[in-house]
Write a protein that binds this ligand. Structure first.
Ligand SMILES: [Mn+2]
Length: 247
């Protein structure tokens, strides 16, 4: 393979808790610019936007530079896959049609250059607190989404941004893990490869805002993609080796 595959997650663009949301967006765009010629595909592994809700006829403001750059890449034949996270859940048909992205609502297994990948945001696997599971199914419920969309954005948008900032510190947000404690995603991957007939070579997840690559006892490796709040990290696969990098 003469081109490369890239993975990033947890940009949380537009988050009120970012020091400068615009600077983060510009930095991401710079990174996209730096990889656009070498990339055959880019996997956005969720929580790319801190909050987003597509109504049938209108969409939220912001993210102009980022969206423009993604559209430029897909127009030039780069495959861009976008996995919804637990913040950018409500992407429906607008972003796929407008930006030419391939939308994934759940984790996805695929073979690239003879390696088997299991990738997703990471909020759908492993042991999670009950409160988180309840909110996850509530947020993903079609009827709840319909009802929510009937409320004027005047009320919902400020609420959602407030919720998103506070939830990062509680059960609804990203779990906090130290690198060495037992990690539900690592446990999930271990168990999966123990039982699987065709083992996964690389499990790749975001969500935890950790950046690491670890061999599994049951075979294969697990990679966490970090974030763009502190780490500005990404994962690069050139067809034979996989590397963690920072921009
Ligand atoms: Mn997340």
């Amino acid at each position: 393979m003469d081109k490369k595959i890239y993975f990033i997650s947890d940009l949380h663009l537009g988050a009120r808790t970012l020091e400068s949301p615009l600077e983060t967006e510009k930095r991401v765009v710079k990174w996209l610019d730096s990889v656009k010629d070498s990339a055959s595909a880019i996997y956005l592994l969720g929580d790319i936007l801190d909050y987003w809700f597509e109504y049938r006829c209108v969409v939220p403001r912001g993210y102009t530079r980022f969206f423009g750059k993604i559209a430029e890449l897909t127009d030039n034949g780069v495959e861009v896959h976008w996995f919804i996270g637990n913040h950018d859940i409500w992407i429906f048909d607008y972003l796929p049609n407008e930006l030419g992205i391939i939308l994934h609502k759940k984790s996805y297994i695929t073979d690239i250059c003879g390696k088997r990948f299991y990738m997703g945001h990471g909020d759908g696997e492993g042991k999670r607190p009950l409160g988180f599971l309840f909110l996850r199914s509530f947020f993903r419920n079609k009827l709840c989404q319909k009802l929510y969309s009937a409320i004027h954005p005047w009320w919902t948008v400020p609420f959602a941004h407030g919720w998103s900032s506070t939830s990062r510190k509680s059960a609804g947000g990203e779990p906090k893990f130290a690198n060495n404690e037992s990690n539900p995603l690592v446990e999930f991957a271990e168990e999966y490869n123990q039982k699987a007939d065709s083992k996964i070579d690389y499990f790749i997840f975001g969500h935890q805002h950790l950046l690491f690559k670890r061999p599994l006892k049951s075979g294969g490796e697990i990679i966490l993609t970090g974030d763009w709040i502190k780490l500005c990290s990404y994962v690069e696969f050139d067809g034979s080796t996989i590397e963690l990098k920072q921009f």
